[in-house]
Design a protein around this ligand. Structure first.
Ligand code: DAH
Length: 337
């Protein structure tokens, strides 16, 4: 009555080439749509002789179920394939290396401080810290610079409430450390310092200093000079670096010196960096004043020491050939990238 096998075989063949849901739906319509083959067979039942109706009905039903099974199977197959393609598209290789990113590097001020710390710690010095907001006594009085002292005016600064100020130099850390520790001492400290300075190519209202204090028995200018020579050779990475001590005045040292190093640009012959002199001023130094030792309760007959303070920006500018200090604060990406 119904050639079931041929119909199923035909369908199987048709299904093979299908790849979209729409295509399967179209085929489905060919069987179950208004003019579909199964629909036609069902409608036909009225014309079947009564005794064959049951048999016919069963066959149509079987055929209908088989066709549905095949069509649904194909639909499932296509849906699975779509899902697989979707997953492939969104696939992430979690083991893959990330894109290269530049993390930048240390700012030249931070690098200069760290490099100098490294040299000092090799010499056995300890790093200490002090506050940027300071009491006048630590910043001035204890450093032998009482209120009437003219040197105090040269380091005018920003005053805060409760008689506090922004420290004008890191020398205040000398006092804080000596009050806490017993001699001998070998310390360095660094950080921000402030002055009421006009900003220009070599001045800023905020800058960084690095302070060194060495206290022991029988410390001489010879010790200071030798130490400065070793230190500046390492800082400027040049064994030929020479040091020149010129007498100068700082209230907290006696004798006091301005310290020059041989010009790293011309080696001492004279050029535009050293203004033809062959020397470049880099720091202030001296032997710790007996009054300062007394102020912190050290016996000046027993203990002596040397100290010096250096501008970090100045060292960084000389080392890396920067002519304008403001470049260091401008956030120019080339300084940190
Ligand atoms: N504190 C001085 C300044 O800011 C620099 C200085 C000079 C520091 C002599 C010292 C020193 O420790 O001994 O100008």
């Amino acid at each position: 009555m119904i050639d079931k096998t041929t119909m199923i075989e035909e369908l199987k063949e048709k299904l093979q080439s299908l790849s979209t849901i729409q295509e399967v739906q179209n085929i489905k319509a060919q069987y179950f749509g208004k003019k579909g083959q199964i629909t036609a067979l069902m409608k036909n039942i009225g014309r079947i002789e009564p005794e064959k109706k049951k048999e016919y009905g069963m066959q149509v039903n079987e055929l209908k179920q088989e066709i549905e099974r095949l069509l649904n199977g194909k639909l499932d197959e296509i849906k699975k394939e779509i899902k697989k393609q979707e997953e492939l598209k969104n696939w992430v290789d979690v083991t893959a290396h990330g894109a290269e990113r530049s993390f930048g590097k240390e700012h030249l001020i931070a690098k200069t401080i760290r490099d100098i710390y490294e040299i000092f710690t090799q010499f056995g010095f300890t790093v200490v810290e002090g506050p940027e907001i300071e009491e006048p006594w630590f910043n001035f009085d204890a450093l032998n610079t009482p209120e009437w002292h003219p040197a105090r005016e040269m380091q005018d600064t920003f005053y805060l409430e409760d008689d506090l100020l922004l420290r004008t130099h890191t020398s205040a850390v000398q006092i804080r450390t000596m009050l806490k520790e017993e001699p001998p001492l070998a310390i360095i400290s660094s950080g921000r310092t402030y002055r009421k300075d006009e900003i220009d190519a070599t001045h800023s209202a905020m800058f960084h200093q690095l302070e060194c204090l060495f206290i022991d028995k029988k410390v001489t200018v010879g010790n200071l000079k030798m130490f400065l020579e070793q230190l500046t050779k390492k800082i400027f990475d040049n064994e030929d670096t020479k040091v020149l001590l010129r007498p100068s005045y700082f209230p907290f040292v006696e004798p006091g010196f301005e310290v020059d190093v041989s010009c790293m640009n011309c080696g001492g012959k004279g050029c535009n960096v050293c203004k033809g002199t062959g020397w470049i001023e880099v720091l202030g130094a001296g032997l710790v004043h007996p009054k300062v030792l007394e102020n912190v309760g050290y016996d000046p007959e027993k203990w002596q020491g040397f100290a010096f303070g250096v501008g970090v920006e100045r060292i960084a500018m000389l080392k890396y050939g920067i002519s304008n200090m403001r470049e260091l604060y401008k956030n120019d990406i080339r300084f940190i990238d």
